[in-house]
Design a protein around this ligand. Structure first.
Ligand SMILES: NC(=O)c1ccc[n+]([C@@H]2O[C@H](COP(=O)([O-])OP(=O)(O)OC[C@H]3O[C@@H](n4cnc5c(N)ncnc54)[C@H](O)[C@@H]3O)[C@@H](O)[C@H]2O)c1
Ligand SMILES: [Zn+2]
Length: 396
């Protein structure tokens, strides 16, 4: 092999290979706190921790139009109590426009405002907003502080509490992204009260994901009263308990492998093998939560086909998904689409399938047997189609 180093070339045996000077430790010592609060976003009841972080810095708050209209003034007013300056940027984005263009939009405003190195960008909104802001914050001055105020259930139990941010690129889900830890996350349960019902369903798909990884108390709680959870937008006592358990479970899963450099076998990828390809295949006209729900249902159907679980476990999971008004099937879910999702998963997971496969109601294992999975796809999709058809027949 021949190397070119600054116009100086050599072989593995030659001078370029011998030019190593020293090994540089590129590690970073970072941590952040996830706070639970009530009334920060909706009533301006700000915890001291927020003001301690803002500490006379420039702040740019980024929100989507709905959230800005609901609570933008309140949050700007609260942050303004301890900031040097506060500006609000409203970005109209959805999954189809969650791209680098949206990231640039945030970067452009940061430049216009001449944001300093010590400035803070606050992401106020759902997972789309926090993802875009995370990517932008990682790039502005090669990384500025980022505080997250998640206002959706998906955001509160998943998107805002980890260190990843990503946007869609060339029609591919989350194809460009970063690891950029937040400075802090403030989870305000009162923010959920104004959510559309479908957005609560979306969040429940992510909650169900962590429950099915092995948290039986959380699964049982989810089964208790789905109507109440949807009607109250997850803000009842039971809803609070669900959010708390899901948050705890999710952080426990993410914590040991935040940068995904320990292993590509991640249990939190449950529900996220087929869903990205389904989302992209539908031109992002399906919500993330709905796609995750179909992926979870498919994963159980595959396990049923392979004899790893019994009908009771499959039926129970499908029943819960439906009770939360989530889909378990779409005609776009084809064997070809699933095969391409498996191939992409292998590329993304360092050459291994690492498919999170249920082997019980709240118990999973990693499956590497691509051939066996592919053989079960047609039957599994058939199970889901018939569960779906049953609903359609009942509804007519
Ligand atoms: N980075 C990660 O680790 C991670 C994890 C999970 C999901 N995600 C991403 O999150 C995104 C989905 O997030 P989402 O489900 O929050 O969707 P979203 O961000 O689109 O929010 C849903 C809608 O609800 C509105 N909204 C938000 N808060 C509201 C409130 N309190 N009241 C009324 N309306 C409100 C928003 O304006 C938006 O129109 C996906 O793009 C997914 O890829 C990222
Ligand atoms: Zn997800």
């Amino acid at each position: 092999m021949t190397h070119e180093v600054g116009g100086w070339s050599g072989t593995d045996e030659g001078p370029a290979a011998r030019a190593q000077l020293r090994c540089v430790d590129a590690g970073r010592d970072r941590s952040y706190v996830v706070w639970t609060t009530r009334g920060l976003v909706t009533e301006g009841r700000s915890p001291d921790a927020l003001h301690a972080l803002v500490d006379d810095r420039q702040v740019l708050v980024v929100a989507t139009p709905t959230v800005a209209a609901l609570v933008g003034d309140c949050v700007v007013g609260t942050v303004n109590e301890s900031a040097a300056s506060v500006d609000l940027l409203v970005i109209a984005v959805d999954e189809t426009t969650k791209t680098m263009r949206a990231v640039e939009h945030v970067c452009e405003r940061a430049c216009t405002l001449r944001l300093e190195r010590e400035a803070i960008i606050v992401a106020l909104g759902g997972g789309i907003c926090t993802d875009i802001v995370t990517v932008a914050a990682s790039m502005i001055r090669r990384g500025v502080r980022n505080i997250r105020l998640p206002t959706t259930l998906v955001g509160q139990v998943d998107a805002s509490i980890g260190i990843k941010g990503a946007v869609n690129f060339r029609g591919k889900k989350s194809a460009l992204g970063v690891f950029h830890p937040p400075t802090a996350v403030f989870v305000d349960s009162s923010a959920l009260a104004t959510l559309p019902r479908t957005s609560v369903s979306d969040g429940i798909a992510e909650v169900l994901k962590v429950a099915l990884l092995g948290n039986r108390p959380l699964f049982d709680l989810l089964e208790e009263d789905p109507t109440e959870i949807l009607d109250t937008r997850c803000t009842s006592g039971r809803g609070d308990e669900i959010v708390a358990l899901a948050l705890e479970a999710m952080l426990t899963e993410l914590g040991p492998n935040l940068y995904e450099d320990r292993s590509y076998a991640r249990r939190v990828d449950f529900g996220h093998t087929f869903s990205p390809v389904l989302e992209a295949g539908l031109g992002f006209r399906i919500s993330h939560g709905a796609a995750v729900a179909i992926d979870l249902a498919l994963s159980f159907a595959i396990s049923l086909e392979r004899g790893a679980i019994d009908h009771d476990a499959f039926d129970r999971v499908v029943r819960v998904l439906k009770a939360y008004e989530l889909p378990v099937y779409t005609p776009h879910l084809t064997v070809d689409l699933c095969r391409s999702a498996l191939a992409e998963a292998i590329r993304h997971r360092g050459g291994s399938l690492n498919l999170v496969a249920p082997d019980g109601l709240a118990s999973v294992t990693f499956c590497q047997d691509q051939t066996s999975i592919e053989r079960s796809l047609s039957g599994a999709i058939g199970h889901l189609a018939s569960m779906h058809a049953r609903d359609v027949v009942h509804a007519t």
